[in-house]
Design a protein around this ligand. Sequence first.
Ligand code: HEM
Length: 441
Amino acid sequence: MARLLARTPPNRVFADVARSYGPVARMNLAGERVHLVSDPELVHELFLTRAREVMKGRGLQATRPLLGNGLLTSEGEFHLRQRRLVQPAFHRSRIESYAAQMVEEGRRHEGRWSDRAQVDMVEEMTALTFAVVGRTLFGTDLTGDARAFGETLEELIEGFGSLSAIGNERLVRMLPRGRALLARVEDLDVVVQRIIDEHRAGIAAGTAPEDLITWMMRARDDESTAYGSAMSDEQLRDEVMTLVLAGHETTAMALSWTWWLLSCHPAADAWLQEELGEVLADGRDPGFADLAALHRTRAVVAESIRLYPPAWIMGRRLLGDVTLGGWHMPSGSIVLASPWILHRDPASWDRATSFVPERWLDGQGRFDESAPGAPRGAWVPFGFGNRRCIGEQFAWTEATLLVAQLSSRWRPELVPGSRVDTRAAITLRPAYGLPMTLHAR
Ligand code: HEM
């Protein structure tokens, strides 16, 4: 299995395993007992209904030196407390104000584009979503830092991603490669600490920008908890790193795959343009208020995320013995669920592997996540329950607005002959980038 995984993209290997061995497939991977669960009902049962019986899997453990005890990696009461403190920064009213900044960043980014220019869409979307996260997290005056931060973070994602199979933080810290990466983490820590200090001074003086960090600093928990009332600098640092990492790469991949899918499906592109022609009739940029009318745009994004889920796999470790659908799984073993498999299962989806954005509209042409009629557990791009993506609405808003904004003025076309395949690292990436030619509409 390990040899096969080294040769073939793991999302495809796991899909073959699920096809051959059914709803619960057992295997030994890197010295661990692993169960791949591909039946949506069983995934729903374990990851949502019985979530107290599991903790996060080993894949993320190697990223702890980077992410610390942030929302992605923390557990139990500490995680719930952090979740409560971070949540206000993602309130609907906050998303509304981030929406204006997202569109401004989109406009600034497309200012660099020109008709017939060739670009790598993965690089473009990564730079754009990073700028959005940098702006909403750090405030406008820190974009210089944000750029250096972004480049270092990219290296670290690659680096820690390649060490994720080790699954042991102490071992990662001992390896020469791990130590080299940790030195880079320290560079980022200096920047984050400065940003935190500046925000603290800004809050005291009443001049702090209305960004995510300010909101996280203002958040107060019940004084009686063991962790005091506000986040410490260390917790803030961990959440900032986590939000930067979780908040840009995933959305960048969702957007990249969307451009490629639209370029391969001209009829879907024309269908989308009809909506954009009506909603943005005067050629203006979209705004938060337009989201309620951008049904087709959102359907295109949903269909792209269905076929190419950026978070393509989720892992959990069992805290005790579990019997699931008649299968016995011993305490300590790993359970995997893969949106890549669940979203492409013909038992759950009509024309499962085809790009059909219309499936997401109801009889009135309105976007509705239940319109495709997939069973529960079959559509899980943002995870489950209290471990569900805290940035889900942020991501929908960002992806829908940027697709509407950029697609109304540009038609990116894949450079003929380019190879496109998946590379399943921490996120599901285009393996060879996406060389595309930009056509002004
Ligand atoms: C298309 C874009 C995105 C996708 C597909 C996505 C997907 C996911 C998934 C599947 C999880 C759960 C992982 C698990 O249970 O193992 C998750 C968690 C998380 N995501 Fe996202 N995400 C996206 C965008 C964002 C954005 C924009 C942010 C922040 C600005 C964000 C922040 C987080 C955080 C902090 C968690 C951990 C939540 C917790 O455990 O409490 N994500 N995301």
